[in-house]
Design a protein around this ligand. Structure first.
Ligand SMILES: NC(=O)c1ccc[n+]([C@@H]2O[C@H](COP(=O)([O-])OP(=O)(O)OC[C@H]3O[C@@H](n4cnc5c(N)ncnc54)[C@H](OP(=O)(O)O)[C@@H]3O)[C@@H](O)[C@H]2O)c1
Length: 225
């Protein structure tokens, strides 16, 4: 399986990259980044791309791909709706629109978040914008598209968020998270489970297009067919 990855330098993307590189069914990972990362692996090819609003120059690099794991995203804290939409909606659709043209056999997986507003009309700005992004992705002519809506994510294997206040939050809650995963397993996932679930869903599909945390954890724990 040939995988394209966005957001590999972030917390979610690092976790997904780790699982992809460990998976024997994954032959190749292409990671599109705006700054070079320290990641090195024989299966990994990193492409530096300066303009995340225009991917047309990457056509020859982005054909014959089986799956795209889109883990790029920002927190809406302190952002206007227009600025948040420019990254969340515009960047995602700039990439996905081209990928659907170039790879009609592709499975596209997008990381949104719990509480995403599919009506696009609710009062919470980030949820409306993520909802609009999900809806637009689901209309594109991919083989399949899945929306992952994790709640809290426990970073494992030394992975850290790029967002400072997330790092502070995770440092404070680190001792609690393993306990909470036992007490409320349907609300918490890990970077490892997210990566495994993406690979499982890309290989085998899933019964519905929108996966909440409990679905993500279930997909991650299914035995290999
Ligand atoms: N962390 C959580 O607990 C959590 C929970 C639910 C949902 N999510 C969602 O998961 C997604 C990823 O979150 P995360 O925690 O991994 O975030 P993160 O650690 O802050 O990483 C963000 C990633 O997006 C890239 N990025 C951000 N703005 C960009 C831009 N303008 N152009 C190109 N690349 C850009 C970053 O690249 P650079 O390295 O170049 O900055 C980085 O790879 C987000 O959509 C978030 O809403 C996260």
């Amino acid at each position: 399986m040939n995988v394209l990855l966005f957001g590999a330098t972030g917390m979610v993307g690092q976790g997904v990259l780790r699982e992809c590189l460990l998976d024997r069914d994954v032959d190749r990972v292409i990671s599109i980044v705006r700054n070079p990362s320290p990641n090195k692996h024989p299966k990994l090819r990193e492409i530096l791309h300066p303009d995340f609003h225009d991917f047309s120059a990457l056509e020859s690099d982005c054909r014959n791909l089986d799956a795209c794991f889109f883990c790029l995203g920002v927190t809406s804290a302190g952002m206007t709706e227009a600025d948040y939409r420019r990254i969340t909606y515009d960047v995602t659709l700039a990439a996905a629109g081209k990928l659907a043209q170039w790879n009609p056999g592709m499975t596209f997986i997008y990381v949104s978040g719990t509480g995403t507003d599919s009506s696009e009309k609710g009062r919470t700005m980030w949820a409306r914008v993520k909802g609009a992004t999900e809806n637009a992705l689901l209309r594109l002519p991919f083989k399949a598209a899945y929306m992952f809506r994790p709640g809290a994510i426990q970073p494992l294997h030394g992975i850290q968020s790029k967002t400072r206040w997330y790092r502070v939050l995770y440092a404070i809650t680190r001792p609690l998270l393993p306990l909470l995963r036992v007490a409320i397993p349907d609300q918490i996932t890990t970077t490892e489970q997210l990566g495994r679930a993406m690979l499982r869903v890309a290989k085998e599909g899933f019964s519905k297009p929108v996966l909440e945390t409990r679905d993500i954890n279930a997909a991650a724990s299914q035995p290999v067919r």
